[in-house]
Design a protein around this ligand. Sequence first.
Ligand code: HEM
Length: 538
Amino acid sequence: MYVQGACGLRSLLCGVTPQRALAVTAAGKEVHGKLAGRKEPGSRKGGVDEQVRRFEEIPHTGRNGWVNLVKFWREGRFQQLHKHMERTFNALGPIYREHVGTQSSVNIMLPSDIAELFRSEGLNPRRMTLQPWATHRETRQHSKGVFLKNGEEWRADRLLLNKEVMMSAAVKRFLPLLDEVAKDFCRMLQMKVEREGRGKEGKCSLTTDPSPDLFRFALEASCHVIYGERFGLFSSSPSLESQKFIWAIEQMLATTPPLLYLPPRLLLHIGAPLWTQHASAWDHIFSHAEERIQRGYQRLSNSQGRGSEAGATGGQYTGVLGQLMEKGQLSLDLIKANITELMAGSVDTTAVPLQFALFELGRNPEVQERVRQQVRASWAQAGGDPQKTLQGAPLLKGTVKEILRLYPVGITVQRYPIKDIVLQNYHIPAGTMVQACLYPLGRSAEVFEDPQRFEPGRWGSSRDEGQRAEGTGFRSLAFGFGARQCVGRRIAENEMQLLLMHILMSFHLSVSSSEDIRTMYTLILQPETPPRITFSKL
Ligand code: HEM
């Protein structure tokens, strides 16, 4: 990633300036919890001999939201929010309250508490609204898509989208498109290694930062699935337009966190540069989508005009956009809103975990070899059929799960319970914003054996962990949960697994240092500096 988050008071006034990560600061000192008397993480709530304690008794990190906001800014804590959460749980126990600027939340991390939260999410679950995004739509008079909608309106759109991106019939349709892009990526990488690498012909290797190529891969893959179009981003001169789109997404993501804690309309009113940067990044994302949607609409009208017998598009898969248009159940306005959200959500979310995955496979050669052996065997047995190969290689799926456990793209999943609940023996009134904190969850020794170890095998070949019983389930939640879980989940999982599959069959991966990667949070969790990977031809 190139654009960094801007979380200082100065940035509010001056906008985002490129800067690298800030130093980690200690969270313990401002904490006002009952450290001495705290329960151990994992200790159970609601014992029969204990009275349920009041909400106000939940340990907290300081009552005054504005004082906390200033501390967050001063100490660069927005960029280290994941670490701040981990430290605060260590200091206060498995539940705490936090009030920062305009936001208040109850934070939890244990699977049993998370299970309780999701049990009371209701029919139309709600997440924290990303107000800067909503304000952008309202001021530009754009419709909102599933990400920003709630209630029945959300459900109606969501059910239609599920058919195109979540159902297994849809996965079957788009998987070959993702496979084609993953294969092309590997071909491009092979040529690059041959051209720029060192060593004997046929055995050469190249040490490089693959992140720019991974962003291009993610954009090419999602455009292929969403618009049914190839962009040609692996050519020697990828278009300026695509670079601009990737940049706009980074800018939009980086400017979101500091805006979350302030009223966006006030910033809009005073013309704060941070707001202007945020809004113009979104404007760019919208116009990128608008252009492609117009093209898709034109294509569909032309083929309808020709009156094909096998349906408007002659039975050919035309991407999510084509499917939605052909079915005509969503208005063009809502198609635009949802397609734009899908595009905005689909690039960094997969490109960044892929960087972490190449790094972890590189620094764990024994794990890498085990995954490769399984992939090769499955590939041979499936006769090269990509879907069957993935099915026969659970370690590949485990690799993606393991990466998202250690580096969850979104560090929290939030819900507002629709009825009063009890968590860790504290009363939580209905409507409270409760966050399941995924980074501390994924690295907790209470929950995972040897949590720092990268071990794809730990997930076994069991069904989705989120579906398992309390106590053992609710540990793999990087895509959220239930009806409101990530709508792009199947695209993301298949896209990442397919790319890793092709890379492992073509290259041996290594890294020069096995030191941990330093991470930072800019709405997504990412490396402070993209890791360099050595690709050696097999
Ligand atoms: C590794 C990749 C990804 C991760 C970890 C991820 C994670 C998440 C999470 C945690 C949520 C909130 C779920 C909840 O509240 O329960 C979410 C929602 C969403 N994601 Fe993803 N995502 C990824 C990739 C994608 C992709 C590729 C797309 C688009 C193709 C996408 C589009 C969306 C949308 C539109 C929503 C809102 C869904 C709704 O509210 O109904 N995401 N994602």
